[in-house]
Design a binder for this molecule. Structure first.
Ligand code: NBP
Length: 482
């Protein structure tokens, strides 16, 4: 009898919402699968509720779980990110053989994935870090999957992963991203872009509420309409639904009774920190993280609201075109946020030798994930046409889109500023745009100041070499690299 007879082709350990749904998705493709959870009761509950859906083997210990798998063993770990992943890897390692594959499909931080890949390799185990987006529904019905790690390991799971992923225009939303931490890196940037997208939507909602004076049902109708144009996306679609939802208790809009304090799990912060390390301007995502931080200062804001002076939103002149201006500002800011996120992935790809195919990233984000949008087709086309792009803003489609939107974008920012409405993502995106399109900015003065107080030297526009002025001495300039 062969070693594979009666064995499962793959296993999932960690049967909380994501692991359970991923396991059910895999089983629904006719793949025999072993399931396990640290707390055995959860495995039993899973088998009772879903065991009939496919060829599941419920395992009550890790030893049983490993023994249930064909070789090379393919094990998806879907437990809470951080220490639990290290714990599971440590428990699995002595039970596995050379060439077996551990796949961390949670939201791990990519440096942890790089470390785990090395640690597992030292034990002959192939480790993969794969990003899975789409929440619980995506995991069950078809997520966007961003697999990173050894190509030979990917080849062993490609068929299963592509079969469970979302499909758009016949293309599965799953492609091998790159080695080591590349998959989790791309998932991190995906989540960062999600932060920016959500913040931009929140700013549009704030303006429509407090400057345009509209109520939630009216704004819901506007978002529904916007969802049939350039902005068409999952997040715009669900914004309309959330705004339209009536609260059972008050009979008013549910959104009006939700506390205005946004929580976060840290992937936006990781994205922003990484951009800072790479020296890549990532204003949209970073401002979105800061805005969540500001929202959390709820008690301080309450005190400040009666102490700090400023205009009252809604008490000012509004342009007649306000609602459509907001739509255009939202679109232009979104283009900037994506341009920044893709520029960050390009820089990370070069820094880590990942050789990321950015067009493929846009392709696999078109379905299954939270930022799925029509817009990603444009990004995919841009990379297909122009190859290694420094900045998406330089592609004719986006150059033109932002050029067409910019008058409205500027009007919105002026109106919001005059009426005292905070629009950190809208305005920082425009500042990035204006900064990026300037041939000569003001950093010449920064360099002069740095040279004055720290002898940090400067370059000249009219000569080769680096220079220092003896500011505190005779004021003469010396070349420092000669
Ligand atoms: P959770 O992140 O809530 O984790 C719960 C699971 O981790 C349970 O199976 C639990 O086992 C297990 N676990 C913990 Br906690 N500590 C453990 C340990 N030391 N050893 C072994 N198992 C341990 O589950 P989730 O919401 O399904 O998310 C799973 C992963 O997917 C996370 O990394 C998450 O960030 C990521 N993700 C989630 C979503 C989403 O929408 N929820 C979307 C995309 C990605 P127990 O039952 O014994 O406590």
């Amino acid at each position: 009898m062969s070693d594979t007879a009666g064995k499962s082709r793959i296993g999932v350990t960690g049967l909380a919402v994501m692991g359970a749904n991923l396991a059910r998705n895999i089983a629904s493709r006719g793949v025999p699968i072993a399931v396990h959870n640290r707390t055995t009761a959860k495995t039993r509950e899973f088998m009772e509720e879903f065991g009939h859906e496919g060829a599941f083997t419920g395992s009550e210990s890790l030893e049983e779980f490993v023994a249930a798998l064909e070789k090379p063993r393919r094990i998806i770990v879907m437990v809470k990110a951080g220490k639990p992943v290290d714990g599971v890897v440590a428990d699995l390692t002595p039970l596995l053989d050379e060439g077996d594959i551990i796949i961390d499909a949670g939201n791990s931080h990519f440096p942890d994935t790089v470390r785990r890949t090395e640690e597992c390799a030292a034990n002959g185990i192939r480790f993969m870090g794969i990003g899975v987006s789409g929440g619980e529904e995506g995991a069950l019905k078809g997520p966007s999957i961003m697999p990173g790690g050894d190509e030979s390991a990917y080849a062993e799971v490609e068929e299963i992963l592509t079969s469970i992923a979302a499909v758009v225009d016949g293309t599965p939303c799953c492609v091998h991203v790159g080695p080591g931490g590349a998959g989790h890196y791309v998932k991190m940037v995906h989540n960062g872009i999600e932060y920016a997208d959500i913040q931009l939507i929140a700013e549009a909602y704030d303006l429509l509420t407090h400057v345009a004076g509209l109520d939630a049902p009216a704004i819901a109708a506007i978002f529904e309409e916007w969802n049939s144009g350039d902005l068409e996306s999952f997040l715009i679609e669900i914004t309309a639904k959330v705004l339209a939802k009536k609260d059972e208790k008050t009979d008013g809009p549910l959104v009006d009774v939700i506390v205005d304090r946004a929580e976060q799990k840290g992937t936006g912060t990781w994205t922003a920190l990484d951009a800072l390390g790479l020296g890549i301007p990532l204003t949209g995502i970073t401002e979105a993280v800061f805005a969540r931080g500001l929202s959390a200062l709820r008690d301080e804001r309450k005190a400040a609201s009666t102490t700090l002076a400023g205009p009252k939103p809604g008490e000012g002149e509004n342009p007649d075109s306000l609602v459509d201006d907001i739509r255009q500002a939202l679109y232009a800011s979104k283009v900037v946020a994506y341009a920044q996120g893709f520029a960050q992935m390009r820089a990370a790809s070069k820094a880590n030798d990942w050789d990321l195919d950015l067009g493929a990233m846009a392709t696999i984000w078109r379905g299954g994930c939270i930022i799925r949008a029509q817009f990603l087709n444009r990004i995919r086309d841009a990379y297909a046409e122009h190859g290694d792009l420094e900045n998406l803003l330089m592609v004719p489609y986006f150059t033109e889109a932002v050029a067409n939107a910019q008058d409205a974008w500027r009007r919105v920012i002026v109106t919001a500023t005059q009426q005292g409405v905070a629009i950190p993502a809208f305005s920082s995106s425009l500042s990035y745009y204006d900064g990026y399109r300037r041939e000569r900015g003001p950093a010449n003065l920064i360099q002069g100041l740095r040279d004055f107080f720290g002898a940090h030297t400067y370059l000249r526009t009219d000569a080769e070499g680096s220079f220092h002025t003896r500011w505190g001495q005779d004021g003469t300039e010396v070349r420092t690299d000669a």
